[in-house]
Structure formats: C-alpha cells, structure tokens
Design a protein around this ligand. Sequence first.
Ligand SMILES: [Zn+2]
Length: 425
Amino acid sequence: MSVLRITNVKVLDGSGGLPFLGEVLVEGNRIAAVAPPGGTPPRDGVDVIDGGGATLMPGLTEPHAHATFPDAASIADFTSLPPEEHTLVSMHNARTFLECGYTSCVSAASAKPRLDVAIRNEIEAGRIPGPRYLANSPEITVTGGLGDTNQLHLPYHPNPTFSCVVNGPDEVRRLCRLLVREGVDLLKLNISGDEFSPSARAEATVMTDAEVAACVEVAASRGLRVCAHARSAESVKMCVRHGIEIVYHANYADEEALDLLEAGRDRFFVVPAIGPTWNLCHGTGSPWGLTPEVVRARGLERELEVSVDTIGRMRKRGIRVLPGGDYGFAWNPHGTYARDLGHFVDFLGFSPMETLVAATRFGAEIMRRADDLGQVKPGYCADLLLVQGDPLDDIRILEDRARILMIMKDGRLHKAPGRALSSRQ
Ligand SMILES: [Zn+2]
C-alpha cells in the first residue's frame, strides 16, 4: 500500500474548526493520521510532500453539476449535439471539475438519458479522470413546463433528448422506471417553471402532487433519491411534503416554505445556483443576445434580488445552503465553479468558513458520504487539495487553478505539487 506524508501544511479540516499547522499521513486511499508538526515521523519507503505552508483542505463538492452541459447558449444547441461529440464534451467537463478542485459532484440532470451514467461508470472504472459523480436522469417535465421546447408545428418527438415530457402519474412512473433501469443515481423533476420558460414562469408550479408522488414512489422502491427544480413557494413545499431532500433554487420560498425547510433542516439541502442569474444580470450573456435589458424584462434582476433576501433568511434559520450550480451554459461556463464560493461571501452574507463547510462537509452529506468524505480526518477518504494561500482570508483564490497546487482523489494524485514542494526520503 502506498504511504504519503504531507508535511508543513495549514490544515483546514472542513469541520468548521480553525485551521492548524500540522501534517497528514495518507495510506492507500485513506487519511491515516492528522497530527501536529513532526507527529507522523519519517520512515523508509514513505513519499513526502513538503507543503511549504500551503493550506491542506478537503476536495470541494459541486452539488448541482452538469457535466453533460456543453457551454452552449440554448437548449436547442444541447439537443442537436450528436451523442458522439456530446459524450466527449461530457468527458472533458468531468476532467475540468477535478482540475478545479471538485472531487465530488451531484449531477442535477443529464442532457441526454445515458450520458451521465456512462460518464459516472467510466470515472468509477478509472478509465477517465473526474470527480466522484452521482448520475442523474434528464429533467423530467410536463407539457409546457421548463424544458418542454416542443413546437406544435414540428413533428412531435416521442422521447425528447433534453427534457422528458410526461403527464399524469402513470406516464411519470413509466418514465422513472425506464431511467432507473438505465442506471441513474437520482431522478430530477422540474416541479416549478422558470423565467426562461415562457409558458411557465418561475413562480408557477406545473407538476401535480400525484405526478411528484409517482416519481418519489419509484425512486424509493429502488433506494434512489429525487431532486427538484423548485423556484416557486408551492414547489418548495411540495419537495418537503414528498421528502425530496435536494431542493434546487427555492428563490421564492415564502415564510411557510422556510418554516418547513427549517423544521427539516437535518434532511433537506437547498442549492440556490445563482451563478447564471448573477452573470446574466451583469452582462455576461450579451454576446448571445441576453443583454441586461433583455434579462431585466425576463424578471431575472428581480429574481436575483428576491434570492439574496431568501437565502439570507435560510442562513439565519440554519438551513443547509450549498454553493454551486448550473455551470455549463455559454454565459456560465465550466471551469468557473468556484465563483459561487465568492458569491456566498460577497453577496449572500456567508462567512468564508461557513461557505467552505458548505462546500466540503455539507457536500459530503449531500453525497450521502458524511462518514468518510468532506473532512480531513483519520479514516476519511483522501480527497485533498493543497492550496497556495488561505481561502479564509480570500475565498476567491480557489477560482485560480494555478493556486491549487495538489489535487488528490481517493488517495491518488490527479495533480502533484511542483518538484520544489516534493521530496522522497
Ligand atoms: Zn441545473
């Protein structure tokens, strides 16, 4: 078994405790010891990395990942991408997550039914680099809901490739069983609309309780989870009612919805995913026609304002809110994931420590791996980053890939620190 000593580091362990000077021993894929300086004595055959005072922290989790989203500007561009190219794009994106320090991802939907599953399987088999990846279904929607981009004058496609359009509990059940058969870890429901969906805006709730219940029933029968696009207050309440623990967006959660989330705060996670909205409100979408004026007319500026207020109230109530989400659009591209961490600190009122705990310890909890991921602790999986500088002083340093000196997943170095930092003894 390989043994590695990482010495001379500031350990930021992900628990929420203050960082401390120390060293870490990695045996195989596990953290064997976390000790004060000199606490893991050198011995023969042990590789050593001298961290040079850099910060050693757990790998990050992206809780609303889309490895299959190709940085395109429209859903039509996602759908028209042939599966061959689409698979390669997804493979490259999986590597990008890891290269940005994200060692775990919960997918929040696959752009084609089997893409996520194939990517997850290749990563798990060690054939392609990527994070630990929970594979999702395509977005499941209803006629006229978010993702139903069919047009009446065009031949109806019975199995749309981006979102699957179904109506009524029987159709939902049949589709969910099919997707479970294909190997997903999660199912994704679009319970509310979206400002990008002309026939169902963000505050509309388009799915019925019976439809949601049918999906949850299929998932529960196979031990799988459901996550939901839920912007409207009612859709958030539906998530709680049906035990859907991963709630995406929740922008318009009202007092009743917040009370329900707070009462279930050990169970539910909220991932607001404000990155694309923030970017669009700041002009990043202009090259694709989504100018600030267009964005304002679509209601996104208001949505951002409301979200800042809602998320602030969630934070005060102790609801688990996780940074990340919806990278994979032209105006919110892959590789910029860590911007969300800065948004949490700069706009949403979280401290750097709260944000980092949300991205690591809570990340492990949303992965359902709280006992062995997301912290630098003996016995935990060696998913570790060595970061030049201290993210508690400036969280935005995590946006700079060059400052992530080492990336280790499951005890294996994806990125080794430069020669100057490592030695053998
Ligand atoms: Zn998404």
